[in-house]
Ligand binder design. Structure first.
Ligand code: PLP
Length: 375
């Protein structure tokens, strides 16, 4: 009888290094089954759904060249932040911000693409395993946690990961992983400096999502080449970011962010009320988890909340405009198409505080019921 191969040593990243956790079928747990196993790989424990977690070095080869995530952008993803809850020298704890909302949105994106994905609990455990390994190299550091699910390889009935056998993959034929990386320093800089933004036409009207669901508008699919091209175009014009507009002149979203604007409305009793408005969700935009949690906290503070419709003139007339997202958080827009916009440092601070409260978004969540325009 052949000897049972010894399990490989767990992967420990160095300072500032990333770590990847594959959610894969357990037949690989028997030992080195391909180039990604062996040195640098650590085999994890079973996590239900017939999957096990394998914590490894993201620099090692890991995908079949036929994986449809790579060949067609046929997959979905989420990007979350994890805040270190302990100091740089002692424990390794993290709290993942808005994890429920991200998992809910991952499930709805995967549903739109009809890609079967593991249950939320399995993703949660994979993220925790990745963070635990990350913290060994970078104790006390915040992290970016990216969840990815692809349709798996072309033509293969099951199996996406290249060390996986095609047999016995059950109802989960895709490729699934969680990448945990350090937070890039550029993010804090963009928040502090603010953003010069260009309005760019996305080329679709604001009714397209309903009329043509196969375009996957408002889905966090891996097909972000257009979004990245828009950012490069902005950079070539000396701008930092983009706000897309629809062909019928409505404000949509940033390539990787949600648009928020605020108006300070004086009240008859001499006080003022803040109105916080984001574009109409049904216009084919991604429902933002940051927007959802900010709205939940703003509602508790008595702010008036609205979901568009917005036009560029509303941005120019606002008291402040921001682009918000999970990693860069709340970044003020300082210029729009070269025109300077008013800044409101107090409101920016307040929005960041709302985001840090990390409230459950309730009706403002990814599939929430609240999507009413402001009267
Ligand atoms: N809109 C788009 C197109 C995005 O890609 C993102 C995030 O990457 C957002 C909005 C902001 O979403 P969240 O706040 O959930 O990060």
């Amino acid at each position: 009888m052949p000897a049972t191969p010894a399990p490989s040593a767990p992967f420990v990243p160095g300072p500032g290094e990333s770590v990847v956790v594959f959610l894969e079928h357990s037949e690989h747990d028997a030992g080195p089954a391909g180039p990604a196993a062996g040195a640098g790989s650590g085999v994890g424990s079973g996590v239900g759904s017939g999957l096990r977690l394998r914590v490894t070095d993201p620099r090692l080869p890991a995908l079949l060249v036929t994986d449809q995530g790579a060949t067609r952008g046929d997959g979905v993803f989420e990007t979350m932040t994890a805040v270190a809850t302990a100091g740089p020298t002692d424990a390794t704890g993290h709290r993942v911000r808005k994890e429920d909302s991200h998992l809910e949105r991952l499930a709805s994106s995967a549903g739109a693409l009809q890609i079967p994905i593991p249950p939320a609990e399995t993703w949660r455990r994979a993220a925790a395993a990745g963070l635990q390994a990350f913290a060994q190299g970078s104790p006390g550091a915040d992290a970016v946690v990216k969840l990815v699910a692809t349709r798996g390889p072309e033509g293969a009935p099951g199996g996406g990961h290249y060390v996986r056998d095609a047999a016995g993959v059950g109802p989960l034929p895709g490729t699934y992983w969680v990448l945990v990386s350090p937070v890039s320093e550029g993010m804090a800089g963009a928040r502090e400096r603010g953003l010069k933004v260009l309005l760019l036409d996305r080329g679709f009207d604001s009714g397209i999502a309903e009329r043509a669901p196969w375009l996957l508008m408002g889905t966090k699919s891996l097909s972000y080449a257009v979004n990245m091209a828009a950012l490069r175009h902005a950079a070539s014009q000396g701008a930092d970011d983009v706000i897309f507009t629809s062909s019928d002149g409505k404000v949509l979203e940033g390539p990787t962010s949600t648009v928020l604007l605020a108006r300070r409305i004086p009240q008859p009793d001499g006080t003022e009320r803040v109105e916080l408005i984001t574009p109409l969700r049904s216009s084919g935009i991604l429902p933002g988890t940051s927007q959802g949690t900010i709205f939940a906290a703003a509602a508790q503070s008595g702010w008036a909340l609205g979901y568009g419709p917005l036009e560029p003139a509303d941005l120019f007339d606002a008291d402040a405009v921001w682009l918000v997202s999970s990693v860069r958080m709340v970044a003020p827009v300082t210029h729009l198409d070269g025109e300077e916009l008013p800044q409101d440092a107090g409101l920016t601070e307040q929005l960041n505080a709302f985001l840090a409260e990390d409230l459950a978004p309730g009706d403002h969540g990814p599939n929430g019921a609240a999507a009413a325009p402001l009267d």
